[in-house]
Write a protein that binds this ligand. Structure first.
Ligand SMILES: Cc1cc2nc3c(=O)[nH]c(=O)nc-3n(C[C@H](O)[C@H](O)[C@H](O)COP(=O)(O)O)c2cc1C
Length: 364
């Protein structure tokens, strides 16, 4: 009898049982002692909701508007590399589920599917393209042009990975991307198809990127550019000053700088700095609809999920991603109803406060 999977943790357990040690370590793991990996999940639980009652709501909607377009739920699919390692359809299955759920799929530069291939396979889906800048500028330019041509709606520039993080699980397993799982961007940059390690892959990227590069990219791009991977008010200010249409508060799912701030702790200062001038998104450790509600109450316009969607794909392919997105949507809808909000727009700072129990993080 097949077991009913009712929450993200159930999907994670099933996915973990299907993946070999190398792939599981790569997808589940973080940097160093994995403190930030754990802290991302725990940080959302350090906030408490302040529900309002007798709100007289007969219907509740999870719809939002983001960058001028509607989304059925404020949960997007984060860019996650190498999806054909967990499912034969890979990014195409992920994109189909995101489209069916009415949300955006963000395609990684390190995808096993080209931007044009994804667009052809899932023409009606909304998609953003995540950009890593290669040392070889022609590769970067080629990727961006292909994404624009293929109807991607935004460019997400990831800025927290000038080098690959210290992923000790990958070192222990000797994890490599097999040559049989083609990564078109990496093959273009290396000029050959062979098995590569994550460290070799990051060594292809330009580590010396600076704010002037972002400004040039934003000026040259016909699409809105979002900066993914900042954690401070200072960098949010700089991102806006250099042309970003939005920021994504992220520490790369705890995979880059261990002991970097958890995103649920960093979000308030970024929201305050941005002050409504641009979109603010956040990812890292979102596992429940109440995590989404907390992030929105703290001022995020939407969240992204990395591993939850990936666990769905690994557990049951595209249908599994659909189930994960629907359970998060249903959990969010329930949280909204129980907080007295007719829609995500109704959530505000008054709906959330730090957990009252004494903790190192108790200062508001
Ligand atoms: C296995 C894996 C691969 C990832 N690959 C990328 C990537 O190629 N580009 C990128 O910008 N972020 C990448 N990320 C980071 C995610 O976009 C996102 O920031 C993170 O997964 C959010 O945390 P969560 O997994 O707790 O939801 C990756 C994350 C994971 C887990």
């Amino acid at each position: 009898m097949s077991e009913r999977l009712i929450n993200v943790a159930d999907f994670e357990r099933v996915a973990a049982g299907k993946l070999d040690a190398g792939a599981l370590g790569y997808f589940a793991g973080g940097a160093g002692d994995e403190l930030t990996l754990r802290d991302n999940v725990e940080a959302w639980g350090r906030w408490r909701l302040r529900p309002r009652v007798l709100a007289g709501l007969s219907t509740v909607s999870t719809e939002v508007e983001l960058l001028g377009a509607p989304l059925a739920l404020p949960v997007l699919v984060a860019p996650v590399a190498y999806q054909r390692l967990v499912d034969p359809e890979g990014e195409i299955g992920m994109a189909r589920a995101a489209a069916a759920a009415g949300t955006v799929m963000t395609l990684s530069t390190l995808a096993t599917t080209r931007p044009s291939e994804l667009a052809a396979a899932v023409p009606l889906g909304r998609r953003w393209f995540q950009l890593y800048c290669f040392k070889d500028e022609a590769v970067t330019r080629g990727l961006m042009e292909e994404a624009v041509e293929a109807g991607f709606e935004a460019i997400v520039v990831t800025v927290d990975a000038p080098r690959g993080g210290n992923r000790e699980r990958d070192l222990r397993t000797g994890f490599e991307i097999p040559a049989t799982v083609g990564v078109p961007s990496v093959a273009a940059a290396m000029g050959v198809e062979r098995a590569v390690t994550i460290a070799e892959t990051f060594a292809l990227m330009n580590p010396a990127l600076g704010w002037p590069d972002l400004e040039r990219l934003a000026a040259e791009s016909s699409l809105p550019v979002l900066v993914k991977g900042l954690l401070t008010a200072e960098d949010a200010e700089l991102a806006l000053a250099h042309g970003a249409a939005g920021v994504i508060v992220s520490n790369h799912g705890g995979r880059q700088l261990d002991r970097a701030l958890a995103t649920g702790d960093a979000l308030p200062e970024v929201v305050e700095a941005v002050a409504g001038r641009a979109a603010v998104l956040v990812d890292g450790g979102i596992r429940r609809g109440i995590d989404v509600a907390t992030a929105l109450a703290l001022g995020a316009d939407a969240v992204l999920v990395g591993r939850p969607a990936l666990w769905g794909l690994a557990a049951a392919g595209s249908a599994g991603v659909g189930q994960v997105l629907e359970l998060l949507r249903a959990e969010l809808e329930l949280a909204l109803a129980l907080c007295g909000c007719a829609s995500p727009a109704g959530l505000g700072r008054a709906h959330v406060r730090k957990a009252p129990a004494a903790s190192l993080y108790s200062a508001e």
